[in-house]
Write a protein that binds this ligand. Structure first.
Ligand SMILES: Nc1ncnc2c1ncn2[C@@H]1O[C@H](COP(=O)(O)OP(=O)(O)OP(=O)(O)O)[C@@H](O)[C@H]1O
Ligand SMILES: [Mg+2]
Length: 669
């Protein structure tokens, strides 16, 4: 016997999977460094400065320290620079130093709902990665928490493992507190152009009036002095609000929480959820389960509507003006003729149909026909009526009523029990399921559990999320900052906090400065300058793709008395603050908001701009009026001399005296 063994030829998937490997996040960013802002020599330099300054400011703010930051930029060769950033912040405990600078996605801010400049846990490690891949050198960190020990550490990154390695660690005695980061970088440059570190520091100091930042650049030392001496209140950490949560986020919380029951996790980890609200949640879940059980059945919709119209005497009362006594009697008779055997809910259903539709539409012959039909096969009657008498608009109306009724879940369940739609046993079964769900250990929470809880939380009414944790710069401080531009006119507004995506708090601040040094110098004089900020951090890149720019451009500035949209000596300052800024990418240079996406933010920016625009308009029209007045005066004065001459001739009084009186009159007017 011949046995043929066929050998399968090597297929492409084998070849592909031969090459299959896992990579670390650091490797990803080594290949895609532009995503972190390391593209172009000037932009890369600004990114280094930005990451280190924002970390210093965040650390000072959290520890309530008035920030004093020194940035030194030294040229070492073509495209090669040394950067040193030193702060007087709380310092970093030495065991955390390799994690802070050597590990991506490691930090203290990512999962906290607190307004801070950093939010991803990538910035510091990104700086080390860039130093390492352009010069091969480690970062040198000098830090102390003020405990008498100063740690001087050199850190490199094991890119494949996404881990920090300590190259050297020296400990010195001494009382100093803060962090100093030193690094050498290639493929970078320095100048004072618009997207460079100088402009970045100028802008960040405008948005951080309580910080002093000293820049020692290759040419000179510039101090951006603080204009405010008070330490701003520390931003408070906020818990997520039920409205802004997704099932995925709830599952994430369930894996992190220390609570041992889902119910206590909800009260502990979410804002506005109290123990009392958990009892309410149980009722809402019960209602949801019942509705889910029967969803999609129009018959069920009718039942709920019947419940609303359960009181037959009220119904008759409503109709009594339109009907004569006989007709009322006929209806009563009809209702009474319903067989006892018919379950309650069907009775109510009939009532509904009879009252609303049949009764003034049909003659007695038709009603009798229905009666006959009804007596014979009551169950079929429902189908019959549904097919023949219910219009689409009525079904719509009924659905609306259902939404109303679903507001009070306990009443709803009660009435279903009353009309016999559900049995006590069924309700008890559901209740037990709900109790078990809320007693469950959060670690065992499933996607379905999370989906159910999130769905039901959206049905409940909660107070708006707390916005007390947001810390704006403040109108007065923005004005103080913009005053440094010596403008003719200046205004600022801090809007009340709002929320986007259902529950994420944010607030918008806008300042405008007109005239003086405001605006951007261009070939044809001054141009409108837009200064964008997110959590007090200047955004210098990706201008066109940023929702803030688009919001500014969407305002018709001519309406506010400006000659042109572009060619104006105007600086517009917009600061968006939030516990989570919706950036368009990991580079954090543009905000994702438009009339379609995160529109709450877009609209708030527009509102704030328009309010400032109106006060600018008032100012400009006052200036215009004054100028016209002045013009008129000049014109009249020109004739005053001739006029005085004439009057002097007629009255025989000295010409100078009359001239003087006319000028006095003009000045009074
Ligand atoms: N100068 C500093 N002083 C004190 N702590 C610091 C300092 N720099 C960084 N840290 C700590 O190191 C963590 C990591 O910083 P990193 O810049 O990588 O991330 P982040 O600031 O949290 O977020 P992002 O990636 O958005 O900047 C910070 O969360 C903070 O806890
Ligand atoms: Mg950071």
């Amino acid at each position: 016997m011949l046995i043929i063994i066929s050998v399968m030829p090597m297929v492409e998937s084998d070849i592909i999977f031969d090459e299959f490997k896992e990579h670390s996040i650091s490797e990803f960013f080594r290949k895609n460094r532009h995503m972190l802002g390391y593209s172009g020599k000037l932009r890369s330099m600004t990114t280094i400065i930005h990451e280190l300054i924002t970390n210093a400011l965040d650390a000072c703010e959290e520890s309530e320290i008035l920030p004093d930051i020194t940035v030194e930029i030294k040229k070492l060769g073509t495209d090669r620079y040394k950067v040193v950033v030193e702060d007087n912040g709380p310092g970093i405990p030495p065991e955390f130093v390799p994690k802070v600078f050597g590990k991506m996605l490691a930090g203290s801010k990512m999962h906290r709902l607190v307004q801070s400049r950093g939010q991803q846990g990538i910035g510091a490690a990104g700086v080390l990665l860039f130093a390492q891949i352009t010069t091969g050198k480690p970062l040198k960190i000098t830090t102390s928490t003020g405990d008498g020990k100063i740690h001087i550490m050199e850190i490199k990154m094991s890119i494949e493992k996404n881990e920090g390695d300590i190259i050297s660690h020296e400990i010195r005695e001494g009382f100093w507190r803060g962090t100093k980061v030193e690094g050498e970088f290639k493929e970078v440059t320095y100048n004072r152009r618009e997207q460079g570190p100088y402009e970045y520091i100028r802008r960040i100091s405008l948005a951080t009036p309580h910080a002093r930042i000293t820049l020692i650049d290759p040419d000179e030392t510039v101090i951006f002095e603080r204009t405010v001496e008070e330490i701003p209140e520390r931003p408070e950490e906020m818990k997520p609000h039920p409205y802004g949560l997704t099932p995925d986020e709830l599952l994430y919380i369930s894996r992190k929480t220390e609570s041992t029951r889902i119910s206590s996790m909800l009260t502990k980890e979410l804002s506005r959820v109290t123990t009392k609200r958990i009892r309410e949640l149980e009722e809402y879940i019960l209602r949801d389960k019942l509705l889910e059980n029967y969803r999609g059945s129009s018959f069920w919709d009718m039942v709920i509507d019947c419940y609303l119209n359960i009181n037959i005497t009220e119904y008759l009362d409503k109709y009594k003006d339109y009907l004569d006594k006989n007709e009322i009697e006929e209806v009563k008779e009809l209702i009474n003729s319903l067989p006892e055997s018919l379950p309650n809910l069907k009775i109510y259903y009939m009532k509904y149909l009879i009252m609303d539709h049949l009764f003034d539409k049909f003659d007695s012959e038709k009603i009798n026909e229905i009666k006959k039909h009804f007596k014979k096969r009551p169950e079929n009657f429902i189908e019959f009526a549904e097919k023949n008498y219910l219009s689409a608009s009525l079904v719509d109306e009924i659905r609306k009523k259902i939404r109303n009724i679903t507001k009070s879940p306990s009443e709803f369940v009660e009435s279903l029990l009353n009309i016999g739609m559900v049995s006590n046993e069924e309700i008890e079964k559901f209740k037990a399921e709900i109790k078990n769900l809320l007693k469950k250990n959060p670690k065992n929470m499933t996607w379905e559990d999370a989906e159910l809880i999130i769905r039901v939380l959206q049905d409940m009414e909660f107070m708006a999320p707390s916005t007390s944790g947001l810390r704006p710069i403040g109108e007065e401080n923005i004005k103080k900052s913009l005053k440094t531009l010596n403008p003719e006119f200046l205004d600022a507004i801090t809007r009340k906090p709002k929320t986007y995506r259902g529950g994420i708090p944010f607030a918008v601040e806008v300042g405008i400065a007109y005239g003086g040094d405001a605006g951007k110098i261009s070939d044809n004089g001054k141009k409108m300058e837009i200064m964008r900020f997110a959590n007090h951090v200047p955004l210098l890149f990706d201008t066109g793709g940023c929702g803030i720019t688009n919001a500014v451009k969407s305002v018709n500035w001519r309406r506010y008395g400006l000659r042109s949209e572009e060619e104006v000596p105007l600086t517009i300052f917009v600061n968006l603050i939030s516990t989570h800024i919706p950036y368009t990418s990991a580079g954090k240079q543009a905000v994702a908001c438009s009339s379609e996406e995160n529109e709450e933010i877009f609209n708030e920016i527009r509102q704030a701009l328009m309010i400032c625009g109106r006060s600018l308009e008032k100012y400009l029209s006052k200036v215009r009026r004054e100028r016209e007045e002045e013009q008129k005066k000049k014109y009249v004065l020109k004739y005053a001399v001739i006029f005085a001459d004439g009057l002097a001739n007629i009255t025989n009084k000295p010409k100078e005296l009359i001239e003087g009186k006319i000028i006095e009159l003009l000045n009074k007017g």
